[in-house]
Write a protein that binds this ligand. Structure first.
Ligand code: C5P
Ligand code: MG
Length: 159
């Protein structure tokens, strides 16, 4: 009988001028971006944690500490691929990824397909197994005031 597991991921990054806005491995044209040790891909980080969570393999900081110079400016799809490899080695396969990016601006809906394709390709999944949603924070709180971006993800694994 197959075993089904679910993992939860969440992340937040500060918004800063002069930084790229990379979401799910896709660079979104924008006059500001996300601050962080790596490329600050808030969506990739949340999905990475969701995979690690479902497989009970710790969290992203355990595998890729931000004190390690190797990960400075790192492409976060490397983290995602690594988490997927670890889960695969333990006999799991990803059934489905669902996610939400919470960002006041810019509008992201025109990038949904590109982000889904990039994530699906990185995880070796059919695109209909990868869902990416967007929300504003209705101008409330740090996200709503344009000071940060958050992401949430949930991943289903099957063994
Ligand atoms: O936050 P709100 O409910 O107003 O978002 C409405 C819709 O706007 C979302 O369902 C999403 O399709 C889109 N959106 C977007 N980019 C954002 C935030 C929301 O495309 N940064
Ligand atoms: Mg992060």
């Amino acid at each position: 009988m197959s075993e089904i597991r679910t993992g939860l991921g969440w992340d937040v990054h500060r918004i800063a001028a002069g930084r790229p806005m990379i979401l799910g491995g896709v660079t979104v044209p924008c006059e500001f971006g996300l601050e962080g040790h790596s490329d600050a891909d808030v969506l990739a980080h949340a999905i990475t944690d969701a995979i690690l969570g479902a497989a009970a393999l710790g969290d992203i900081g355990m595998h890729f500490p931000d004190s390690d110079a190797r990960w400075k400016g790192a492409d976060s799809l490397v983290f995602l691929r690594h988490a997927h490899d670890l889960a695969t080695q333990r006999g799991y396969r990803i059934v489905h990824v669902d996610s939400t990016i919470i960002l006041e601006s810019p509008k992201l809906k025109d990038y949904r397909q590109a982000i889904r394709e990039r994530l699906a390709e990185t995880l070796g999944l059919e695109i209909d197994r990868v869902s990416v949603k967007f929300k504003t924070a209705e101008k409330i709180g740090p996200v709503g005031e344009g000071r940060s971006a958050e992401s949430q993800a949930i991943v289903t694994l099957e063994k």
